[in-house]
Structures are given as C-alpha cells and as structure tokens.
Design a protein around this ligand. Structure first.
Ligand SMILES: [Zn+2]
Length: 432
C-alpha cells in the first residue's frame, strides 16, 4: 500500500501528473510558522481537475474564468480547471457541462525541504537564481549590474539585472524590460529570464547581433517578480500549484495593476479565488515595486522603456493588449497601434511556433500588466505563455530536461523585440 507521501511523490514522478499536485488557497498568514500550520490545513480541501465544455466563445470562457476558478488552459474543445466541489457546482448551475478528469493527490508535508523535487533539480530556487545572477555580474562587470527594486511582502529582494555596454551609466538608449514569475508556479519563466541574462552577456564577444543589441539598448530583467510565491510553491518538496503572492490569502499579481482594474469581469473580488485582484489596485507590494521601477524610467518626461515581455506558462501563446476588452481598438489604442502589436506579435510567434493573438481572444482579463504598460506608459508590452501547449503536456511542471530546449526556443523572439526597440512601429513601416 502506498503511503500518502509515496503517492504524492509518484504523482510528481509521472511528469504530466505533477501538475495535479495542487494547493488550496490559504487564509491569511504572514509568518513562516503560521504558514506551516496553514499548510497542514490545506490538505483537507477536496480539489480536482475538471474539463468544462460549452466554452467555444470568448464570452463563455470569460463567464467560466469570471467565477474565479483556477483556469489551467483551453485546448480548443474544453477548458481545463482545478476546482472545489462548490466551485464546480457553481459552474454547473450556470449551465456548463463539467466532467471530472482526475482527483488531486493529497499533499503530505513532512519536514520541509524547501527545494524542487527529484526530476526538477535543474530549476533554480531563489537562492540558486541569485547565485547565478551574481555569477553573471562577477563574470561580466562591464555588461551586467544587479540591484534591488525593493522588497516583497515577506521581505525578499526583488532583484533587477541591467545589461548594457557601459552598464554603470544611464545612456540615451531605448530600454527593454523582461519580467518573469508573476505567477509563482510558472517556474520555467524564471529559467527564461536567467537564459536571457546569461546569453546576452556570455555571447556578447562572439555574436555580432547580441553585441549590437547590448551596445545600443539598455536591457532590464526582473527574473522573479513573486519570490515569496515561488519559494512557497516548492517549500514542502512537492509542488503546491501556488499562483498568487503570499499576502493574506494571496493576490493574483497579474490582476492587481491599475489600468481598468476590476473593470470587466476579468478578475475576482473573492479573496480565496486564484484570480483575486486584491482590495485595491497596487495593493500588492510586488506590483508596487515594479510599477515604481517602470515609473522611474521616465527621464526628461519620456518613458525610456519601449518594449516589454512578461513571461508566463503555459499554452504556447504570444499575447498583446488589450485584455480588458475583446475590441481590437479602444481609447488609447488606435488601428495602427493594434496593427503594430499584431504584426510584431505574429513575427515573434513565427520564430517559436507559438499561437499569436490578442490577449482577450482567450478570455477577458482586467488589471493585467500588459494593459497597464501600454495604457499608462505606451510600452509595447507582450505576454508569452511558454511550453507546454496544454495541461496534458506537463502543465505548470514540465521536467527540467526541457529547460534548455524551451528557453532557447525564444532566443529569436527576444532578438526581434530588441531589434525593433528603437521604434516598434517600424515593423509596419511607420516612423517614430
Ligand atoms: Zn501566469
């Protein structure tokens, strides 16, 4: 007979099933000790993986997401969700056909190991990530500089690494921002930011294109926007499928940005929901810190950052604003701008095989980072949803053996963004 621990580990070992090891929204905890107690309580709730049919239209998918349930993806035929019996009953009451796919193994916490489980050791936990960033800066002091943009809710540094020639000087060059890890369980995105930082420094001397980008742009990366969440996700030695930050019951950072915040049924007002938008815009320290950093890049009345990618998993998509409306254009986003977004989005998607679309083609989201970056700062801001394509391909927890392949896959898309950063509308033949 398998013990609960063995069953949970087995689930992790089975690759795709690892995504099934999920957590439960916790009630307010601020201290690690209280969090440990909460972890034990988390085992009692009954969550499972379901498929929701009758979701062919954006309106139907938005209605599902709008219940606040944990949406994992949409494969063209059905949405995959993780839900409690109450959440599933609510969906069925709205008329959706919901089929049980599989039960989630119960987590058996045991003594915390605070690291990735076997088969995932190639992923970097926070200490390992910071060690790698420090190594990059030590190896390439003229090209890379590490600093903190402030603290997370639990007091961890939100590090930013700048990559440019004359890195210590604020030169008059277009700036590009990459952010990773807003959602805690999307660990592959941390590896993506790390690869960008390492590639742009280690190949500077050998790759003329990289040298040109690094010499002519100032590149910023925040490799982990949600360190409290990502550490919590692995703290037991098994994955919790934790998405939000660790402030109270957790806020979905990517619903907490102050542009059309909570406007349009694309986030939840319930604290227990996976898409809880927070009590007010920028209520999360993590979104505040990134906001303040981006605001600080307004120099002489001009925002220096021109282009941005926020990395997520999964679904293999390239997404652009707006997320709050299904309309292609809206106040602040005219037809030429929409065409610029879609043209560069499609070009980037051609390099990595992802599907390009406006964010709201999937379902409505509000308070997301792309809408704020564009709506407030006119930054050409994209979301990449990385590997795998669907839940059945490993969900949030693909094995570490795919890291190299799936991060390298985005090199050309990153280069395209850097290429056009001086004037993104150039991509449709416009001047700036
Ligand atoms: Zn995400």
């Amino acid at each position: 007979m398998l013990t609960r621990t063995k069953r949970a580990l087995l689930a992790v070992a089975l690759g795709a099933c690892a995504a099934l090891v999920a957590s439960i929204p916790a009630t307010a905890t601020a201290t690690p000790a209280a969090a440990a107690l909460q972890d034990q309580n988390n085992q009692t709730e009954d969550r499972a993986v379901y498929q929701v049919r009758g979701t062919a239209t954006v309106e139907q998918r938005t209605a599902v997401a709008n219940t606040g349930i944990d949406v994992l993806g949409f494969d063209g035929a059905a949405m995959t969700v993780i839900g409690t019996p109450a959440e599933i009953a609510a969906l069925r009451a709205k008329g959706f056909q919901v089929d049980l796919h599989s039960q989630l193994p119960k987590l058996d916490e045991g003594p915390g190991v605070r690291d990735f489980p076997s088969g995932y050791a190639g992923y970097h936990n926070l200490a390992e990530l910071n060690a790698e960033l420090n190594k990059t800066v030590a190896n390439f002091p003229a090209l890379a500089k590490l600093s903190s943009i402030g603290k997370s809710h639990e007091g961890r540094d939100l590090n930013v690494i700048k990559i440019s020639d004359n890195v210590g000087t604020d030169e008059n060059e277009p700036e590009v921002l990459f952010t990773c890890g807003q959602h805690a369980r999307e660990h592959l995105t941390i590896e993506m930011c790390l690869r960008i930082a390492q590639r742009l420094t280690s190949t500077y001397a050998s790759d003329p294109a990289v040298k040109r980008y690094v010499d002519s742009r100032e590149i910023w990366l925040v490799p982990n926007v949600n360190p409290d969440g990502s550490e919590y996700d692995i703290a037991s030695g098994q994955f919790r499928s934790w998405r939000k930050n660790r402030q109270g019951a957790g806020t979905d950072l990517n619903r907490n940005w102050d542009f059309k915040w909570g406007c349009c049924g694309g986030s939840s007002g319930s604290t227990g929901s996976e898409t809880y938008r927070g009590p007010s815009p920028f209520s999360a320290p993590e979104t505040q810190r990134v906001r303040d950093f981006v605001n600080s890049r307004v120099v002489g009345g001009k925002q220096q950052i021109t282009a941005h990618i926020d990395w997520h998993t999964y679904s293999e998509l390239v997404l652009w604003p707006f997320g709050y409306t299904t309309a292609d254009t809206a106040p602040g986003l005219d037809a030429d701008q929409a065409r610029t977004f879609s043209t560069l989005g499609r070009q980037m998607a051609q390099t990595n095989g992802y599907t390009p679309q406006q964010s709201s083609d999937l379902y409505i989201t509000d308070g997301g980072i792309n809408d704020w970056m564009w709506g407030v700062h006119k930054i050409w801001s994209y979301t990449f949803e990385m590997y795998p394509k669907d839940f059945w391909g490993g969900g949030f927890y693909p094995r570490d053996s795919v890291i190299q392949r799936e991060t390298t896959r985005n090199d050309k898309a990153v280069d395209l963004l850097l290429e056009y950063a001086d004037c993104v509308p150039r991509v449709i033949g416009k001047t700036c």
